[in-house]
Design a protein around this ligand. Structure first.
Ligand SMILES: Nc1ncnc2c1ncn2[C@@H]1O[C@H](COP(=O)(O)OP(=O)(O)OP(=O)(O)O)[C@@H](O)[C@H]1O
Length: 279
């Protein structure tokens, strides 16, 4: 299996990964600050059309890796490339969705989505037309004139999704995007994300601490050890059929088998992260 993967990657004409972190290590501090070696040399590749979730204990370095893929952090060693090109500066091929809303409170839902195109030079009338279509796709056609404070947490996340997807990024970088939502709304948002993703299957790197969410959404679940010098200790293919309903897929016996296998690797790291001895 390992040999096959190497051949696939190196075959002439093989497509380069959408995101490739090759031997990337990341440290914080320096100067007058103590150095914290957050991530040890780590390799992670996300193929075009692939949905990869990173799970790991709190503070292990999941966001740190994502930020390296976003070009927000410069690795201490190793290389980041995007579709085969070395990443210099911000990753312009990616759209980001973070835990915190990035909506402008003084703009309506429609204006918040439209502005994502307007800043790129699209005429306001065209941007608003497309924004209206996107609000429809995320189920908010009737809420276009509402301001963020007049929307629920889940509705604000839908606006955020529309705001990112309207620009058709080739890569989605998502950091606990549904973190603040209740469990039921998280599942509804997960299913919506998968529906939208299925339309053109962007490469996705999705950070979560929630293993069930990771299995329900992803093609591959990557596990990180706890830090310092965190590294990838597991890489699991999720062979659940698509399309998936994020609530219903949890009832699949295969889901339970995958959860059991991955949790057995993750559990010790979670215990260590909280300062306990592995079980
Ligand atoms: N700017 C910084 N300066 C110093 N240390 C930092 C900085 N940012 C993050 N760290 C440390 O790096 C480690 C990894 O942080 P990171 O935010 O990547 O973890 P995480 O896995 O995303 O955590 P969580 O699941 O709790 O969000 C943590 O120990 C954190 O304290």
């Amino acid at each position: 299996m390992v040999v096959l993967r190497v051949i696939e990657r190196d075959a002439p004409g093989a497509k380069p990964p959408a995101v490739a972190l090759e031997g990337v290590s990341i440290a914080y501090g320096g100067g007058s600050q103590p150095v914290y070696e957050a991530v040890a040399p780590t390799t992670l590749r996300v193929a075009e059309s692939e949905f990869v979730a990173i799970v790991g204990p709190t503070g292990c370095g999941k966001s740190t890796l994502l930020n390296a893929a976003a070009g927000l952090l410069k690795p201490a060693s190793g290389a980041v490339s995007i579709f085969g090109e070395p990443l210099a500066g911000l990753n312009g091929k990616a759209g980001y969705l973070f835990q915190q809303d990035a909506l402008m409170p003084w703009k309506t839902a429609l204006e918040n989505v439209a502005i994502a195109l307007e800043v790129g030079g699209v005429a306001s009338s065209d941007a608003r037309k497309q924004a209206k279509e996107w609000l429809g796709r995320v189920g908010l056609a009737a809420f276009a004139d509402r301001y963020p404070h007049q929307l629920s947490g889940g509705q604000r996340k839908r606006v955020g999704l529309a705001q990112v997807l309207i620009r058709h990024p080739k890569i989605l970088l998502m950091d606990e995007p549904f973190g603040p939502l209740d469990a039921q709304t998280r599942q509804i948002m997960g299913t919506l994300l998968l529906e939208l993703w299925a339309a053109d299957r962007k490469a996705v790197l999705f950070v979560t601490h929630d293993l069930e969410e990771a299995i329900a959404l992803a093609d591959r679940v990557v596990i990180m050890s706890c830090g310092p010098k965190a590294r990838i200790i597991g890489d699991h293919t999720i062979d659940l059929p698509r399309p998936r309903d994020v609530s219903e897929v949890r009832l699949d016996p295969r889901f339970h088998a995958l959860h059991k296998a991955i949790w057995s690797e993750l559990r010790d790291e979670v215990v260590k992260a909280y300062g306990g001895a592995p079980a």
